[in-house]
Design a protein around this ligand. Sequence first.
Ligand code: NAD
Length: 302
Amino acid sequence: MSQLPRIAFIGLGNMGGPMAANLVRAGYAVQAFDLSETAIAAARQAGAEVAASALDAVRGAQVVISMLPASRHVEALYLGQGGAGEGVLNAIEKGALVIDCSTIAPASAQKVAQAAAAKDVAMIDAPVSGGVAGASAGTLTFIVGGDAEALERARPVLQAMGKNIFHMGAAGAGQVAKLCNNMALGVIMAVTGEAIALGVAHGLDAKTLSEMMAVSTSRSWATEVCNPWPGVLENAPASRGYSGGFGNDLMLKDMGLAVEAAMGVGSAIPLGELARNLYALNKQAGRGGLDFSSVVKLVAKG
Ligand code: NAD
C-alpha cells in the first residue's frame, strides 16, 4: 500500500499535462481537472484519474497543484469568482498542502496564501522555469516562496517533476524571482533575434552566425536551445512555424507583471519596459498564440 499523498492537479495544458504525467510515473495517484476536453483526454491517457470538476478533484487530496495561465484564474479557482468565497479552498482538507506552479502576480500569490492559512491549509508559490521540454523531461527548476516547512513537505513531489529547487523567501517571493528571470529572458530573446536579423540582412548564414554566438560572449538559451531563426535548430519552435513552446501572450503577461512589480518599488527597468512593448506589438501583428521567439518577425526582412 503506497504511503504517497494523493494529489489533485488542476490545469493540464502545455506545462501541467506533462507535469501531471511525471507524477503518475513516479507512483502518485493523481486526480486531474481541466476545462479543456483535449487536456483531460491526454491526462487520462497518461494514467491520471479525471475529476468532473475542480471541487471534485481536490476532495480527499493531501496535495493540490495548480498550473493555470494567470492571476485571475488562480484567484477564481481558490477564492471563487470575484473572491466570492466559492473557491476550492472550501473543499480542501485541513492540513493539506497547496502548490501553485502558475506564473502570477506576487500580490495574488500572497492573497491566496493568506486565505489558505486562514483555513489551515499551507501554500507555496512554486513557478517554474524550463519550458515544455523541461516539464516533459522532469527537469524543471522550481522557484519557491513560502514557509520552509511547507517547502520540505512539497520537496518529494517537486522532485518528481523537476531537478532544481530554489527557496527565494516568504509567500510571493517565488513569483518575484520568476518575473526577474522572465524579464531577462524576454529582453535576451528580442535582442538575439535582432542580432541574427542584422547578420542575415548583411548576407550571413543564420545557422553559422548562431553557432558562433552560441560559443561566444552572447551565448544564451536563445542561441542554444530556442533559437528564434527558422531552420537553425531543428527542435526549436521557430523551425515548426513557432508552434508549441512558450506563448507570446504568456511572455507579454510576465513582462507586464515585471513592469507592475518594478512600479511597486520604484525600480527602473528601461529594457524590460521596452521589450514588453515588443511582445505587445508582436501580439498586435497576430502572433499572440505563437511561441514568443516569433518576436524576431518584427525586425526580420521578408
Ligand atoms: P496553457 O494555456 O497551455 O495551459 C493552461 C491550462 O489551464 C489550459 O489547459 C486551460 O484549459 C486550463 N485552465 C484554465 N482555467 C482553468 C480552470 N478554471 N480550471 C481548470 N483548468 C483551467 O498554459 P501553460 O503553457 O501550461 O502555462 C501555464 C502556466 O505556466 C502559466 O502561468 C505560464 O506563464 C507558466 N509557464 C509556462 C511555460 C511554458 O513554456 N509554456 C514555462 C514556464 C512557466
